[in-house]
Design a protein around this ligand. Sequence first.
Ligand code: ADP
Length: 172
Amino acid sequence: PNAKEKNLDLTYHVHPEVPNALIGDSVRLCQIIINLMSNAIKFTPRGGITLTVEKQSDEQTDLTLHFSVADTGIGIPIEKQTTIFEPFEQADMSTTRRFGGTGLGLAISTQLVHMMDGRIWVESEVDKGSTFHFTARFKQAKPVESKGPESPSLVRPGLHILLAEDNAVNQL
Ligand code: ADP
């Protein structure tokens, strides 16, 4: 709704080499993306925001993705481009009154990214826009091998199973 209100274009590109399924913490991943997208919307008066996801590297059991959120907003002065990742730091303390916020979002995102074995950084130019990048490492999801209907555990005769479930929805 905030993007719509400001008439901002929201687009995303997920490169074809990004697998459909990976093993990782989807809740925390969403938290990082939502934080970066919310900031991008907050600090962009006109133009748009693009989320891009591409594969960075592929190491047998693991895979690293590179995410970027690019906006056409107010930008961040070079001397603030590292401090904003610290807790309670905002690029311009006078923007607190204008834009609100706590200065904690990027500090939390940084911790979450580190827990996913990744790094986070920004490229930005004042009045041109900012691109926030982060990487995160996931486990590759192995395709489940189907054993077929003749699987011994499925047809073993005389097997009684007691399934106890106290939740009405699960019982159904
Ligand atoms: P908050 O948004 O609550 O202030 P964050 O930690 O998410 O806290 O961001 C810290 C500061 O970094 C912001 O106050 C702002 O000064 C700057 N910032 C973050 N994202 C952007 C962006 N996309 N464009 C311009 N400045 C940004």
